[in-house]
Design a protein around this ligand. Structure first.
Ligand code: 8IG
Length: 274
């Protein structure tokens, strides 16, 4: 066996894509969605699930580390279209210490499955007091404070318009009330201190989270057009007087679920018909 090839992250993603194509019977997926905290049920209105595979049965994926984070890879025949969506309910966070290859694997697999677009969703803290828990926000740009990159070696990738202006406009056609904000990724897994939240705000941030920036970089490198959607599940530390809890995060997700499912289905259909 050629170990150099087996070790190449793009080769692993190709192997994952072949397993997904074989087991789902869908040779080509048109769009991929990565579902983060609070978005678990958000694919419900997309269409009919034609295949559901536990993530750990696909090369490069592992069982979910956090309660409330999905763990299945689903192929959906998008209602009213001839297209297929790949829904990735399995995300590896940088804070899990499985390395940046594990973080990037889902979006690399999406590209290898044929997708030209990826919708990255997350649950995050909000820096604007007017964003109540349960508010979805379009990501306009990011600040990566992890100190890491998902790319290896001298891989110079342009990140101008990383969160596609075109896709954001389509999303706002679907829901003109959607606000936009700059997503600041911290390493986690702890939440920020109030002082760190103020730092993020002065830097130009509107949202704080632990996932999407690194995935977006890897997705751009893989050639995907990116739409980023955050669900504000909690005011960031110090923005509201009450302390943060994972329970609050899960509850905001549950309450927002019906609206998110409708929104995500409508945006996905709009992207596919463009
Ligand atoms: I859900 O307040 C969720 N994820 N960094 N800060 C960070 N990540 C989060 C938060 C938050 N809420």
């Amino acid at each position: 066996m050629d170990t150099a090839r087996a070790d190449d992250p793009l080769e692993v993603a190709d192997r994952s894509a072949r397993v997904i194509a074989e087991r789902s019977g869908i040779a080509h997926h048109d769009i991929a969605l990565v579902l983060g905290s609070g978005w678990g049920g958000a694919a419900a209105e997309l269409g009919k699930a034609v295949s559901e595979i536990p993530a750990e049965e696909i090369p490069g994926f592992s069982a979910p580390a956090v309660a409330g984070h999905g763990g299945r890879i689903t192929s959906i025949a998008v209602a009213g279209t001839e297209r297929h969506a790949l829904v990735l309910g399995a995300r590896t966070h940088f804070y899990e210490d499985r390395g940046v290859r594990a973080v990037a694997h889902a979006v690399r697999t999406a590209a290898a499955c044929g997708a030209s677009t990826v919708v990255l969703t997350n649950g995050c803290g909000g820096l604007r007091p007017e964003w109540a828990p349960g508010t979805p926000v379009l990501i306009s740009d990011h600040i990566n404070l992890t100190g890491a990159s998902p790319l290896e070696g001298a891989t110079f990738v342009d990140l101008t318009d990383l969160y596609s202006t075109r896709l954001r406009a389509l999303a706002r056609e679907v829901d003109p009330s959607l606000d936009e904000g700059v997503y600041v990724q911290f390493r986690g897994p702890h939440y920020e201190t109030p002082a760190e939240v103020q730092m993020a705000r002065r830097m130009g941030g509107d949202l704080v989270g632990m996932s999407t920036a690194l995935e977006a970089i890897a997705a751009r490198h893989a050639g995907l057009e990116i739409l980023g959607l955050s669900l504000v599940t909690n005011p960031a530390a110090g923005i509201s007087p009450t302390p943060l809890s994972h329970e609050e995060v899960l509850e905001a997700g549950r309450d927002a679920a019906p609206r998110l499912a409708t929104l995500l289905a409508a945006i996905t259909r709009r992207i596919l018909e463009d």
